[in-house]
Design a protein around this ligand. Structure first.
Ligand code: MCA
Length: 499
């Protein structure tokens, strides 16, 4: 069934009630948001786009940006949201790879992006205040009526993720993937009538777009919709909310405000954290300061949320809890056998939440799947006797900075292209704000400067991926097999950001 129809059915009785409330207190009702989606759906269809066509959006967080997503569901188009931090060269890749029929960007980026979008049939604009050529088109066309029938296995969205090769892959997500994961989370987090969600996340990732907003829609809940994370604004809104979802950086920033405390959290019944590992000091300090125990859960772009600490039951620091209802999760050791309790191996998962694969990369999809249909997450962990998962790290060398995944290979490829660079190794070092901070170790001619390297990155890589520091070294540490020892680089410089 079309996921939008599920949301319409669940909110049918409360159409006039507040859904998206912005900080000045203005609310759009469920009916308002669905009506706006129907307007955008009409505009999308008027471009000539049809069911299955890809709509790529690189726009600021706004109520209209969310309505655009719903418009894609409504018309059976495939929605691909992009981080606004992506550079034109990154955007060019996504537009070409998806063969986008429609590209929606910010008006201020239009001049720069028009060239990279030259093969896209329709390029439209949308700003954070609801202006641009997409909204302008709305007045020229009729709103779309009805919701296109979709089979459970039809594509709803694609979200890009990278990998060891540095090449981005589009994780295809179906209506079933999204609906099943939202239903499971709605159940395990015990959503209740009257819940109000404080929404502080970007809406170009699984966390902010699906985990947070899908749960709110299934519950017909009001959402306090903040477009950026600002501690003062969050503290001002918290006392009206019952649920907040964040990444560890959000919680450590709240704790950094000495005035933040139990009074701010008096109405909250659930704080969840994910997208990056929550450290035990932050977890402990949060409980001590507020009396609330953060519920850490674990997910991935390819499958949404896999496990969560219990709503009723002990939430243990450093663990990510139990598989969600309907979700299978197992740990498999190097020799291919299912791990015994306590034994470490690669986490695998299977179920209705799991993506059918990577867009137009059947070989890559096959590589990540086992013969019996489990997906190899690449995360290393162990399960205890009760089924509780503890993550111990990652098989690859992916960095997580402030909840964003950063793939070293992608950065190394850019740095290696700079004239005079011999070789590079990019790693994440402990960082108090972002969890891990990106740095690069560079072997290069003396003529190569940090500015030159930064300039190359600025052109090709989103800001959050760019190294915060360049270490010039005469050689990279290698083992007997010639493999660069990134663990050694990390351990020898672990206190770099604290220095
Ligand atoms: C911003 N900057 C960053 C990051 N964010 N640098 C490294 N890592 C980051 N994550 C840089 C900017 O480029 C800028 O640099 C400076 O920090 C300030 O930028 P600003 O936009 O003001 O940043 P911020 O508001 O302070 O953002 C920090 C943040 C944000 C709020 C933690 O990164 C964020 O919203 N993270 C959440 C990510 C998320 O939702 N992840 C879910 C994906 P300069 O000053 O030098 O220009 S994972 C997922 O969906 C899976 C399935 C899951 O399990 O959840």
């Amino acid at each position: 069934m079309n996921l939008l129809q599920v949301f319409l059915d669940r909110t049918g009785d409360v159409g006039n009630e507040p859904f998206l409330t912005v900080p000045d207190g203005t609310s759009l009702s469920f009916d308002d948001v669905f009506a706006r989606a129907a307007e955008f759906a009409g505009a999308l269809v008027a471009t000539g786009a049809v069911i299955g066509d890809r709509v790529v959006a690189q726009v600021d967080k706004s109520t209209d940006a969310f309505a655009l997503y719903l418009a894609c569901l409504q018309t059976g188009m495939v929605y691909i949201p992009l981080n606004v931090a992506y550079t034109p060269s990154e955007v060019a890749f996504f537009l070409a790879d998806t063969e986008a029929a429609v590209f929606v960007c910010r008006p201020q980026d239009h001049a720069t992006l028009a060239f990279v979008a030259k093969d896209v049939n329709a390029v439209l604009t949308l700003d954070a205040e609801g202006r641009g050529s997409l909204p302008a088109k709305v007045s020229l066309v009729e709103p779309y009526v009805g919701v296109v029938d979709r089979a459970d296995d039809d594509l709803a969205c694609m979200l890009y993720t990278s990998g060891t090769t540095g090449r981005s892959k589009g994780a295809m997500l179906t209506h079933r993937n999204l609906a099943s994961n939202a239903e499971a989370l709605h159940q395990v987090w015990a959503w209740q009538p009257g819940d109000v969600l404080l929404h502080i996340l970007p809406i170009f990732h699984v966390h902010g777009l699906f985990v947070a907003l899908h749960c709110a829609l299934l519950n017909a809940s009001e959402v306090i919709y903040l477009t950026t994370f600002d501690t003062t604004a969050v503290r001002a809104q918290l006392p009206r909310a019952t649920v907040m979802m964040g990444v560890p950086t959000h919680y450590s920033r709240l704790l950094a405000d000495p005035a933040f405390g139990p009074d701010d959290c008096r109405t909250i019944r659930l704080f969840t954290s994910g997208s990056a590992p929550m450290t035990e000091p932050v977890f402990g300090a949060f409980t001590e300061r507020t009396g609330h125990t953060i519920c850490e859960r674990y997910g991935m772009t390819e499958c949404g949320i896999i496990t969560s600490n219990p709503y009723d039951g002990e939430r243990i620091a450093g663990t990510v809890g139990y598989a969600l209802p309907g979700v299978e999760m197992r740990v498999v050791t190097e020799d291919g056998t299912v791990a015994a309790p306590g034994q470490t191996g690669i986490v695998q998962t299977r179920g209705p939440h799991l993506s059918p694969g990577y867009w137009r990369l059947p070989g890559k999809t096959a590589e990540e799947m086992t013969e019996d249909g489990f997906f190899r997450t690449g995360d290393v962990g162990s399960v205890d006797e009760s089924g509780r998962l503890t993550l111990a790290g990652r098989a690859g060398d992916m960095i997580i900075s402030g909840g964003y995944n950063v793939y070293p290979k992608e950065i190394e490829l850019v740095l290696d292209e700079v004239e005079g660079v011999v070789e590079t190794a990019v790693v994440g070092l402990p960082h108090t704000d972002f969890g891990e901070g990106v740095v690069a170790f560079v072997v290069a001619d003396p003529a190569v400067t940090p500015d030159r390297l930064a300039e190359a990155c600025q052109h090709d890589l989103a800001r959050f991926k760019q190294p915060k520091h360049y270490f010039f070294v005469t050689e990279l540490p290698r083992n007997a097999m010639g493999k660069v020892q990134k663990a050694q680089l990390r351990s020898e410089n672990a206190d770099f950001f604290a220095r």
